[in-house]
Design a protein around this ligand. Structure first.
Ligand code: PBG
Length: 340
């Protein structure tokens, strides 16, 4: 008779890590990373009036008219979400090369913030500071005669914009422009305007990414620029650069940022981890529109399971070291969390 080698292993492992993976209860006890609705910030696109409008490249995401924004956010609050980041879809007729509409205290974003703070004062509102929703060329700042973004004139514009957003009621302003020196300048401008209590969430390591395409469709910065692959490489970081990202984060901390952010999240988990280990400030990560779109697209084709891919993408970002995550999945994730 041949010896049954399968039945008689010559050695047996002493450490069997599978023991703790046997049941959902065991797995939940040893789970190292737990997401909670309080970890998530819902980005929202607002429009002036009319009906909600689907964003084709972002299934489940709509441009929400101003008169429905409070009801929409009340629903988010009921799901346990405490924070939103607002982005305006500016009427193309209001856009110009200088982004003039950004400085109008009655512009869409200011009206949106005011409406929200009036009805839902406890909801934390994050407002982006950058000119791209307002410029006809789609860039985040003012252009110099050569067509590059002029750093220092742009920073001066951002100071005005930050004060305006703070006066409208934004709790946090989030410079997403990647100009040099903007955090210090915005801090001083806010303090001079009596807004010492307004926090700065700095998009510190914001990479020049292909994954912003659907966002540019959503706010119309792509169509005004005539291309969704708008080239922002003279101000956003090269995705190849790790040390430069760390320098940006260190500078923002020195300049007085209250919290730092890495964006996009999924392709830059190493950067999230490294910044986490170098700063004691809270760290955010932005799972951007393209990260959301690619999971939805694959799910629509039947190539990925939407919810498990969503959950894995989010837990990976938290595990890498993010304290909180801006994600278009916030609402759907929080809804499923409530069911558990
Ligand atoms: C622009 C801004 C962008 C995003 C947030 N603020 C896009 C860009 O730099 O062109 C992208 C967010 C996303 O893709 O979800 N200041």
């Amino acid at each position: 008779m041949p010896r049954e080698i399968i039945d008689i292993p010559s050695t047996r492992p002493v450490r069997r890590l599978r023991r703790l993976r046997r049941s959902p209860a065991a797995r939940s006890l040893v789970s190292e990373t737990k997401l909670h609705p309080h970890d998530l910030v819902q980005p929202l696109f607002i429009k002036d009036s009319g009906e909600p409008e689907k964003v084709p490249s972002m299934p489940g995401v709509e441009r929400i008219p101003l008169d429905r924004i409070s009801a929409h956010c009340a629903k988010l609050q009921d799901l346990g979400l405490h924070a939103v980041a607002l982005f305006p879809c500016t009427d193309p007729a209001l856009k110009d090369p200088s982004g003039t509409a950004a400085f109008d205290p009655e512009n869409l974003i200011c009206r949106g913030i005011k409406a929200l703070k009036k009805t839902l004062p406890e909801l934390l509102v994050v407002a982006d500071v950058a000119l791209d929703p307002y410029t006809s060329h789609g860039h985040d700042g003012l252009l110099d005669p050569q067509g590059d973004v002029d750093n220092d004139r742009t920073v001066a514009a951002l100071e005005r914009m930050a004060v305006l957003l703070a006066h409208a009621g934004a709790d946090w302003v989030a410079p997403s422009d990647m100009m040099d020196g903007r955090v210090a300048a915005i801090r001083t401008a806010l303090d001079d305007a009596g807004c010492t209590h307004i926090a700065i969430l700095a998009y510190s390591a914001k990479f020049a990414s292909a994954f912003y395409g659907p966002f540019r469709d959503a706010i119309g910065s792509a169509s005004s620029a005539g291309t969704r692959s708008l080239d922002k490489r003279t101000y956003q970081l090269d995705p190849a650069n790790r040390r430069e990202a760390l320098l940006e984060a260190a500078l923002d901390e020195e300049e007085g940022a209250d919290a730092l952010m890495v964006k996009p999240a999924g392709p830059f988990l190493d950067i999230i981890r490294e910044i986490r280990e170098r700063t004691d400030l809270p760290l955010a990560a932005y799972q951007v529109s393209g990260e959301y779109a690619q999971i939805h697209a694959a799910a629509q084709l039947g190539w990925l399971d939407l919810k498990t891919a969503r959950d894995e993408s989010l837990v990976g970002i938290k595990r890498a070291g993010a304290d909180f995550i801006l994600t278009y999945f916030a609402e759907s994730w929080a809804r499923d969390y409530q069911k558990i």
